[in-house]
Each structure stands twice: as C-alpha cells, then as structure tokens.
Design a protein around this ligand. Structure first.
Ligand code: NDP
Length: 240
C-alpha cells in the first residue's frame, strides 16, 4: 500500500509544490491549510489531493485533524511541517502579538504536527519528518527576530528528533529555502525584492519545485542514512 504523506500548508506556495511532487511519486497525500478555502478548493480541483483545514498552532485541533487524516488515508508515514507565516517588524517596533503569532505557527505548530503521530511512527518502525526552516533561521534577518527565532528553533527540533527517532527507523531533516517566488515573497515591495535578488549569486528567486525536489529525496528510502541534516537551497546566498 502507498505510504501516506501529510504536508502542512500544502495548498499554496512551496507546500503545494511539495504535495504535488509527493503525489507524483506515488504517495497518498493530505494537504492542510489554515483558512483560505478558495485556494484549497482550487488546489484539490487541479490536483485531486485531499485537503484538511486546521490551525497548526492549536494542539487539540492538530491532534483531531491528524486523527481524521489517519482514519481516512491510513497511518501517516511522512510528515512535512511546512506551514509558516511572517509578521515582520524591526525589533523596537515588534509587538508581542507579532512575536506570539509567529512562535505559535512556525515553532509550536511543528511540535503540534509531529507530536501526536510520533508514537505511531515509533510503533511501526518507520517515519520521515521534514521541517521547512529558512535561510533566515540560519543567518538571522533584519525585522525578523520572531521569524528567525522560530526557524532556528525548527533546526533544534529536527536535530533532537533525529537522535530520538534513529533507532526506530525515523529520520528528521530540515530544508532551508532561500528566497522562493511564492505569495509570501511576492508580497514584499518590489524594490526590496529586487535588492534581495541582487544578493543571490544565482541572480534569481528560487522556484517552489526546487524545494519540493529536496523534500522528495529526503522522504525516500534512498535517504535512510540522512538524519538530522539541513539542506540549504538558496542559490548560493548563504553557506553554513
Ligand atoms: P505561503 O504563504 O505561500 O503558504 C503558506 C501555507 O501555510 C498556506 O497553505 C497557509 O494556509 C498555511 N498556513 C499558514 N498558517 C497556518 C496555520 N496557522 N495553520 C495551518 N496552515 C497554515 O508560504 P510559502 O510557501 O512561501 O512558505 C512555506 C514555508 O516555507 C514556510 O514555513 C516559510 O516560512 C518557508 N520559507 C519560505 C520562503 C520563501 O521564500 N517563500 C523562504 C524560506 C522559508 P492558507 O492558504 O489557508 O492561508
């Protein structure tokens, strides 16, 4: 039977490209989203991929949503924690709400997505976890104290889970995209975007499919010995 893959924030941007790539590889895919029903419906109409709506920042909602996915598609073998938001502001202007919202979605959301299905992966002796972090979690970024903190925290989650899951056939890895042409980045003013592209040696934004291909590899059987790693896909903008 085909393995089941869950992609949070899997209906738009990078997540949508990941959902499609995993479906093309033969996995059963569940794509989640937060509230944009219109985009989710268009995504299902286009791809045939089933979508589920819940807030990754809420543990009980996540647990119930994951149970629903498992009851409909079978045990989740692969989880791609991709859902993420930005609430940018220079630190002296950052409001506690901006800090809290980003922490809740990008960091607690990763815990809420993995924790309820972790015991099942341990019991079955197989699991593939990929967390979508960010170049800005590796290097920090002006006006993104909140976002950079969560994305750096995501790397800590992955490295720790890699150690806890290894003996149970579970791997946990991260992908750190650079600037990718999604709505998140296209929402940035054009002038700022041009300046960003100027910092990318490859001379362009990345494509969501380029991140999806990293994920496809990390969840495959071929990647069984890759655990606790970070793949940077940023056009040469930053080296760790
Ligand atoms: P988009 O804004 O294009 O899409 C975000 C997706 O996440 C949507 O499906 C959205 O659902 C979902 N989502 C947001 N908040 C929640 C929530 N609380 N609960 C459940 N789902 C939620 O994002 P990108 O594709 O640009 O980014 C995807 C990931 O990649 C993020 O983690 C981001 O931080 C990371 N990243 C992106 C980069 C880029 O250049 N774009 C660079 C580096 C990292 P809905 O449609 O309902 O709003």
């Amino acid at each position: 039977m085909a393995r089941t893959a869950l992609v949070t924030g899997g209906t738009r941007g990078i997540g949508a490209a990941i959902s499609k790539a995993l479906k093309e590889q033969g996995y059963q895919v569940a794509a989640t989203y937060a509230g944009n029903d219109e985009k989710a419906k268009a995504f299902t109409d286009e791809t045939g991929i089933q979508t589920y709506k819940w807030n990754v920042g809420n543990y009980e909602e996540s647990k119930a949503g994951l149970e629903k996915v498992e009851s409909e598609l079978g045990p989740i073998d692969i989880v791609v924690a991709n859902a993420g938001i930005t609430r940018d502001a220079p630190f002296h202007k950052m409001k506690p709400e901006q800090w809290n919202e980003v922490i809740e979605t990008n960091l607690t959301g990763v815990f809420n997505t993995i924790h309820p299905i972790w015991p099942g992966m341990r019991e079955r002796g197989f699991g593939r976890i990929v967390v979508i972090s960010s170049i800005n979690g590796q290097k920090g970024q002006f006006a993104q104290v909140n976002y950079a903190a969560t994305k750096a925290g995501d790397l800590g989650i992955v490295k720790s889970l890699a150690q806890e899951g290894a003996s149970k056939g579970i791997t946990a890895n991260a992908v750190c995209p650079g600037y990718i042409a999604t709505e998140m980045v296209m929402a940035v003013p054009e002038k700022v975007r041009d300046a960003i592209v100027g910092q990318i040696p490859t001379g362009r934004l990345g494509e969501p499919e380029e991140i999806a291909r990293c994920v496809s590899f990390l969840v495959s059987d071929d990647a069984a010995f890759i655990n606790g790693s970070t793949i940077s896909a940023n056009g040469g903008q930053f080296f760790v």
